[in-house]
Design a protein around this ligand. Structure first.
Ligand code: MRU
Length: 356
């Protein structure tokens, strides 16, 4: 998708160097960063220079490539794979991508391993783009249906950033929106600010604006009253881990939006590529929920009057703060799952119908 009119992907490689857009600096600065070692890749995931479930998976895949460039040795590779998987705990895509790389490389001769690893990492990216595009085409049908009834702007609420910046291109939750916009359907997005890291404001609103899509940032607690006032036609969010029973784990606050949508009879859709499905965990209480540094709550970053990025403390110095990064929305509150293969009920039957 575009930034200042120029097409970008979130990650790509040039001459054995991996390139990313440093998302910690958006929207104030657009910086392309080089990842040259597996440690660079791990760190980029940890500090969220790259974030969003599919993108951290792709970065970890390239992390494996960088590990091979650094030290083409099986013990180093295995240790690097473990470290990459543990760099963020909640999004299943991370483990999915590393496992896929390691399975592909198993038994490969050391003189061929780099080329094969590069190709596999590129395939992961190309596949994600295709899947996200299909999610868009499938989700477009829902937006079209609402538009055909309403004959007026379709108002869509989203939480966090499940946009192209969270994937390689298109996004998951935003892909149906981009497709609707391209088709000439008037859409407007309510972008939940998404405290504490403000991905909704800093990334979703930013990328939608760059693509010319009308959007409004709202404080996280505003969705409820907008729904009561009839100003939300549908919600679409992403997911970091979707259980086989249809429960979805996404950025903290998603659950509360689903409850409000349920109370107001508003369709609540979750968009995902199949790399986000966890077929193993049966009970959502077993999902590892990331707890991040409380400084993300107590401090905020923004531009000062000189235009420099500055971090300031906003909480009382002696107060304790807690920063859980994800929550779980039970399947019963999810109207449907929008996947690359079609839309299904949020249930084991629904998912298994699409993915054997
Ligand atoms: O903490 P983040 O910014 O990595 O969280 C991202 C989200 O919660 C997204 O909604 C999710 O990864 C889906 S991405 C298409």
């Amino acid at each position: 998708m575009k930034i200042e009119g120029k097409e970008y992907r979130t990650i790509w490689s040039e001459n054995n160097i991996v390139k990313i857009i440093d998302q910690t600096k958006l929207p104030h600065q657009f910086i392309i960063k080089d990842l040259q070692t597996v440690n660079d890749a791990m760190n980029a995931i940890k500090v969220m220079e790259v974030r969003g479930a599919p993108l951290i998976g792709a970065t970890a895949a390239y992390g494996i490539v960088l590990a091979i460039i650094e030290n083409n040795d099986q013990t180093f590779l295995k240790k690097s794979a473990e470290n990459l998987i543990s760099s963020r705990p909640t999004a299943i895509n991370l483990k999915w991508a590393v496992d896929r790389m390691m399975n592909r490389l198993s038994g490969v001769n050391s003189d061929k391993i780099l080329e094969i690893a590069f190709n596999e990492a590129k395939d992961i990216c190309e596949e994600d783009i295709k899947f996200c595009e299909n999610i868009g085409l499938n989700g477009l049908k829902i937006i079209e249906e609402i538009y055909n009834k309403k004959k007026d702007t379709v108002n869509i609420l989203t939480h966090c950033n499940a946009g192209w910046l969270a994937t390689i291109n298109w996004g998951t939750a935003t892909s149906p929106i981009y497709h609707a916009h391209k088709k000439g359907i008037p859409v407007h997005v309510w972008a939940d600010e998404t405290r504490p890291r403000n991905q909704g404001a800093n990334l979703t609103s930013y990328e939608l604006t760059e693509e010319g899509i009308k959007n409004t940032i709202i404080a996280d607690n505003t969705g409820g009253i907008l729904m009561q006032r009839g100003e939300v036609d549908m919600c679409i969010v992403g997911t970091d881990r979707t259980l086989a029973n249809g429960d979805v784990c996404n950025k903290v606050g998603t659950y509360l939006k689903a409850l409000a949508a349920h109370d107001n009879n508003i369709p609540f859709y979750v968009a995902l590529p199949s790399s986000t499905i966890d077929w193993n965990i049966k009970d959502h209480k077993d999902i590892p929920i990331e707890e991040r540094n409380s400084e993300e709550l107590s401090h905020v970053e923004g531009l000062d009057e000189k235009g420099d990025i500055k971090k300031i403390q906003i909480y009382p110095k002696k107060s304790k703060a807690m920063n859980l990064a994800f929550d779980v929305t039970p399947a019963k509150y999810v109207t449907g799952l929008i996947t690359e293969k079609g839309i299904c009920e949020a249930s084991e039957k629904g998912l298994k119908g699409l993915f054997k």
